[in-house]
Design a protein around this ligand. Sequence first.
Ligand code: PXL
Length: 270
Amino acid sequence: MTTPKKALTIAGIDCSGGAGVLADVKTFQERDVYGLCANTVQVAMDPATWGHLIHPLDIEVVREQIRTAWAIGVDAAKTGMLPSAELIREVGRMLKEAGQNNIVIDPVMVCKGANVPVFPENTIAMKEALMPLAEVTTPNTFEASQLADMDELKSEDDLAEAARRINALGARNVIIKAARIFKDKAVDMLFDGKEFVWLKEPRLDTKWTHGAGCSFSACVTAELAKGCTVRQAFLNAHEYLRAALEESFPFNNITGPVYHHALAKRRHGE
Ligand code: PXL
């Protein structure tokens, strides 16, 4: 009998299956890692506007789920949508108390194409309670600018400066995903406190990117659970997401998800 590596996601359930817990657990499965979850919010969509209807769960219910995960034991843990500063601080306390390693913080602040407000008080809690615990954090450019206290990031120099500032908050490795700020290229950047790794590719011309951020950070988490270095986890997640984006598809004319099985399907010649 071989026991698989296990990863926990502390995040919201997006019932459309593209982002949040479902994206994370699908990704864990694709990467041969057993997935567990602690659900923080239930998200449904208004069928007319695709506006997100967000229903936070009681903090005690989140705590019970995390306690369950600790009772099982996990090799890595990630966070996604955390709807209040109070919950962010509680999750930080629980991760720290458990001595959990391989922590990936995806500092979710906005949902693509949806009207989700940004809570400034959540940013402060994230900086104080979660960044010091992060083996890796995976902000997009908006989230990175908020964490780094910078205006809109527009250049590679801005990305590097934001990464240095986020590293100074305690996150040991900072991955900034800059899919949109450059006209001709998509850039993923890793800063490990000393060196930068830049991955640049032609931008994929697709509107169907729902769940891209969650799936990327989930892949990093799964790779860390299996014992990969951060650099290798970054490269693997980049490759995984590129394929998932190349096979993304529409739900409607507003949004569509990345396809989590794309890379494995190619590899197996399905
Ligand atoms: O993509 C950010 C995100 C994260 N988590 C949940 C979401 C979304 C966006 O829709 O619903 C639960």
